[in-house]
Write a protein that binds this ligand. Structure first.
Ligand SMILES: NC(=O)c1ccc[n+]([C@@H]2O[C@H](COP(=O)([O-])OP(=O)(O)OC[C@H]3O[C@@H](n4cnc5c(N)ncnc54)[C@H](OP(=O)(O)O)[C@@H]3O)[C@@H](O)[C@H]2O)c1
Length: 257
């Protein structure tokens, strides 16, 4: 049986993606840290959609997290034909506010585990008739964001890596899609410690996780290379491209300082 593996499938955008795929009767493998949330979501999905759902508690900041996930999948005797690298988080405030290991842990979740999971699962994905990789980046990927610098840079990495891999795999059965949401109503802001000014600025434009999930999954099945979610965020990315870098960085700094 084929499964979709979703990192961070226990809440927010990842949970909404899980529900969207469950409606399509796709079996799921969910990965996150909180066992209670994973259990709750898995039971609800099994009961509501009559699909198989398995979960694994793992911290993607851990050195061997990707290997642990891959081994777990192998012992379950299942195959993965959809890999969704969704888990990620930010750290807002000045760079010096966080320790070196805090920055490194975030980069491990947002980049290293994403690349390692892709590398480990690619041979399995290639063995299926049709396979998909969906990487969740952010609209922060499209410029340097002072006071959210490491996060924004990690998401620029996700966009760049995804596009390059998409090109390399373009003649194979594996498509690679990178989706960049803007603000969404999830726990992201709380974990990132986003300040009041940025929260207030986002209030009018924030999207619901299920809207983001629907756009992301549709883009994945259409084999789109790169999608910025939402009209306002697309205009934002275009304006950033037009504007001198110093100006867009000053505007972003005012939001996140
Ligand atoms: N919401 C936004 O405004 C926004 C905007 C742009 C991009 N994004 C991106 O969208 C993706 C999903 O974020 P979200 O908004 O849905 O945030 P969220 O509500 O905080 O959900 C994050 C998910 O990732 C899991 N996760 C976090 N750290 C983990 C770790 N170290 N190991 C394993 N799992 C971990 C969380 O579960 P546990 O905490 O239990 O581990 C949860 O399932 C992220 O990549 C984020 O960067 C979000």
């Amino acid at each position: 049986m084929s499964y979709a593996l979703i990192t961070g499938g226990s809440k927010g955008i990842g949970k909404a993606i899980a529900y969207y795929l469950a409606e399509k009767k796709i079996n799921l493998l969910l990965v996150a840290r909180s066992e209670s949330l994973l259990k709750e979501v898995s039971i609800a999905l099994r009961n509501n959609f009559r699909i198989d759902v398995k979960y694994l508690c793992v911290d993607l900041a851990g050195e061997n997290a990707a290997e642990i996930i891959f081994e777990w999948v192998r012992t379950q005797n299942v195959t993965v034909n959809i890999l969704i690298n969704n888990a990620g988080y930010g750290l807002s405030g000045g760079f010096e506010k966080y320790s070196a290991s805090s920055h490194a842990e975030m980069m491990h979740v947002n980049m290293v585990s994403l690349v390692k999971l892709t590398s480990l699962f690619l041979p399995m994905l290639k063995q299926q008739l049709r396979s998909y990789i969906l990487n969740i980046a952010s609209n922060a990927a499209y410029q340097a964001v002072p006071y959210l610098g490491t996060y924004a840079a990690s998401k620029s990495f996700v966009v760049s890596f995804s596009r390059a891999l998409q090109y390399e795999l373009r003649k194979t059965n594996v498509s690679v899609t990178c989706v960049s949401p803007g603000g969404a109503n999830t726990d992201f802001g709380t974990r990132a410690n986003i300040g009041r000014r940025a929260i207030k600025a986002g209030e009018k434009f924030n999207m619901e996780p299920d809207e983001v999930a629907a756009i992301a999954v549709k883009a994945m099945f259409k084999k789109r290379k790169e999608v910025v979610v939402g009209f306002v965020n697309r205009i934002g990315a275009f304006l950033v491209w037009l504007t001198p870098k110093g100006l867009s960085e000053r505007v972003a700094a005012k939001l996140y300082e």
